[in-house]
Design a protein around this ligand. Structure first.
Ligand code: F6R
Length: 351
């Protein structure tokens, strides 16, 4: 494994995944700007917002919901399943978010939301969802992006942020977006493929994860970032990973650090920390990490960079994307194709 062999990277990475990761700051910026130009539903009074999506299209919603928690006075619920909750009805805004526009769970919720009289916005690049929205006169937020859905996290996040802003549900966050984009560009100077392992913390972390069972732990507004890291390790490196949220993990997961001991010795626990988190959660991260170490488990921690929550979310997310990319390189695996997921989708479509 030589994580400085850029020629080998180019051979493995057949569809320029690294270009997508490098482009995330621009993508976030662009999504937020174009989102301000898209149409809104006629009905503008809601008691709740449900964002329906799966995988790469759902994670942006998780991140937005946790970022806006302190700034918005109505609940935002991310829905990753078929049946909508009973309470979803005329007072609900349903945002159907599917990169391809063809994800069956999301299309199912779209139909249900139509039947229940919810206000709806459809976010996609095309597919059946775009066709339905056009036919039904539902506001269609169609964006152009020709790579894997998980690489469009800047779109799924930035468009939602602009939607909430346009609806008057939050005050403008332009300054925070600029700050986050700036902070992302700053951290990129240490994380890119041309930065050698000796100076590149994402490459070093990937080296530590090689051959190990990975668990990512975070709290507060960084909890969805742990989930993103897990998903990127799965989909880019085709490697097993899981996520855990604090404080909850301190009430059960910690008790499981004894068995099976052989497997736990092969675990790597990653903690994500930020200065803006609740001070008790910050203490918890440190103490929980100590507990893992006392049990003989390998750990590492990164501290999010930049000023403010949005910058913390995006700099730590970006770190995870680079780290998962380098893990894919270490395993010699093309980070873009996901043959098992594609085969499963076709199998489901045929039954
Ligand atoms: C693939 C990926 C997946 C998809 C998910 C839903 O890159 O990230 O997790 O996002 O299968 O598909 P879409 O986003 O098309 O609704």
């Amino acid at each position: 494994m030589n994580l400085d062999d850029i020629t080998a990277f180019q051979q493995i990475d057949s569809q320029d995944m690294i270009g997508q990761i490098n482009g995330l700051p621009d993508q976030l910026n662009r999504a937020y700007e174009i989102g301000k130009t898209f149409p809104l539903p006629e009905k503008r009074k809601f008691h709740s917002v449900l964002i329906s999506g799966m995988g790469g299209s759902a994670i942006g919603a998780d991140l937005v919901a946790s970022y806006l928690q302190d700034n918005i006075s109505l609940p935002i619920i991310v829905h990753r399943d078929y049946e909508l909750p009973r309470w979803a009805g005329e007072d609900t805004l349903l945002v159907a978010s599917s990169h391809s526009g063809n994800t069956e769970e999301t299309l199912w919720t779209y139909d249900q939301a139509r039947q229940r009289g919810c206000a709806i916005v459809a976010i996609c690049t095309g597919g059946k969802l775009a066709d339905l929205a056009r036919k039904d006169g539902v506001p269609l937020w169609q964006f152009d992006h020709r790579h894997a859905p998980r690489t469009a996290v800047g779109f799924s996040f930035g468009l939602l942020l602009a939607l909430f802003e346009q609806l008057g549900l939050i005050s403008p966050v332009e300054q925070e977006v600029d700050e986050a984009v700036h902070a992302m560009r700053n951290v990129q100077t240490n994380l890119g493929i041309d930065v050698p392992v000796t100076h590149n913390p994402a490459k070093r972390m990937a080296g530590q994860l090689f051959g190990r069972w990975v668990v990512v732990l975070a709290a507060d507004y960084l909890a969805p970032v742990a989930r993103r890291w897990k998903g990127q390790i799965n989909e880019l490196a085709k490697a097993w990973a899981q996520f855990e949220f604090l404080p909850e993990a301190d009430h059960n997961t910690l008790a499981g650090l004894e068995n099976p001991s052989a497997m736990l010795m092969n675990m790597m626990a990653l903690f994500i920390q930020a200065p803006g988190m609740n001070s008790r959660n910050q203490k918890r991260i440190e103490l929980t990490r100590e507990m893992f170490m006392t049990q003989g488990i390998n750990t590492d921690m990164i501290v999010a960079r930049g000023e403010g929550k949005l910058a913390h979310i995006w700099t730590s997310l970006l770190f995870g994307d680079y780290m998962a990319y380098y893990l894919a390189m270490a395993y010699g695996i093309d980070p873009t194709p996901i043959p098992i997921l594609d085969a499963f989708k076709s199998e489901m479509a045929s039954v």
